[in-house]
Design a protein around this ligand. Sequence first.
Ligand code: ADP
Ligand code: MG
Length: 422
Amino acid sequence: MSSVEIDLHKALKHYFGFNTFKGLQEEVIKSIVGGNNTFVIMPTGGGKSLCYQLPALVKDGTAIVVSPLIALMKNQVDALRGISSEEGIAHVLNSSLNKTEIKKVKSDIKEGVTKLLYVAPESLTKDENIEFLRSVEISFVAVDEAHCISEWGHDFRPEYRNLRNIIKRLGEDIPIIGLTATATPKVQEDILKNLGMTDANTFKASFNRPNLFYEVRPKTKNVDADIIRFVKQNAGKSGVIYCLSRKRVEELAQVLQVNGISAVPYHAGLDAKTRAKHQDMFLMEEVDVVVATIAFGMGIDKPDVRFVIHHDIPKSIESYYQETGRAGRDGGEGHCLAFYSYKDIEKLEKFMSGKPVAEQEIGHALLQEMVAYAETSMSRRKFILHYFGEEFDAVNGEGADMDDNIRNPKKKTEAKDEVVTL
Ligand code: ADP
Ligand code: MG
């Protein structure tokens, strides 16, 4: 064992209180500590933050962490301050700081106190910030949620496109670390190209969730009754039901309540107080079910969600994977049930018709993959993992029998045809 290895375990214990690294963390951290461009693809909850936080803590200089969401940055900074006696160990640099606060951030960085500096891309583009950062020692730049760079990702942000140029202005040869939970080969290619790091050491964890059961049912006009029956069969278990529109969320929550199911609605049209209340009720198990739009889920970490139902099919496999991924975090049962009707696809296509042509084309392609998933008669898990560029053995792979098509196979001829196209 090299001395680096020993120190990393010590640092892990010292800073984070963990005894072992999770998944590929140790290899990733060695790559970053070694000063290499590094690309990390791990599912949500895989432990990506620690991959750059630990190297930042043990290396000289300040690491810059680019992140799209102020709330996420604040959470991380608070957590880091909690593990150190030094308040200045982590800072956020953004436009809401006043002069005194900015001065404090800058002096902490200059004195070598600050190991991690979180910035939104729009703050990083400011000349005065670039000028300042050029004058200090930067250990590396970590680009979190790196899929924001790609139009093929689920959260494209044009500001991310300029990062490569800005990083270059900060100094020659600053290592870049890209991290994402988006596993599609197209997005990965975009990230490597846009960040100018095709030479990066790449670490990709498996996206297989063997404890999740995947099922698709035809969506008829009786869909509400079907959902009620399913929820009643799973009485007492926690579940999330996703709908496309706020209106549908409200309606379905009411229908469930009328049928004796404890359910609350959640969508961005509710005021912040109600949203927080409903979220807490779900987390504290005062209600079994949340009926929600996709506004629900960011940062939700309830380990024992037992089912995720899609009343409406989502706009991409990527979204479907993220949303169903909220089930069975604890490794226990997680039933993912989607109701599918081609009419819904047409509706989604129509929503996109006002958008720029390039966006429409991408949206259409993503949606067609979703159709193929819903209509396939072969292993759904294999389909999802194939979409993410991962091979899956549909016979012996982990969780192979955890889907409706495998449990209740359809006609053989049909299945054969589709094996060829996948
Ligand atoms: P991601 O960004 O990949 O979605 P996070 O960085 O938010 O994941 O980490 C998810 C959870 O895993 C956090 O609660 C974190 O504390 C925990 N975690 C990370 N590394 C380890 C480890 N080595 N041992 C135990 N828990 C860990
Ligand atoms: Mg993360």
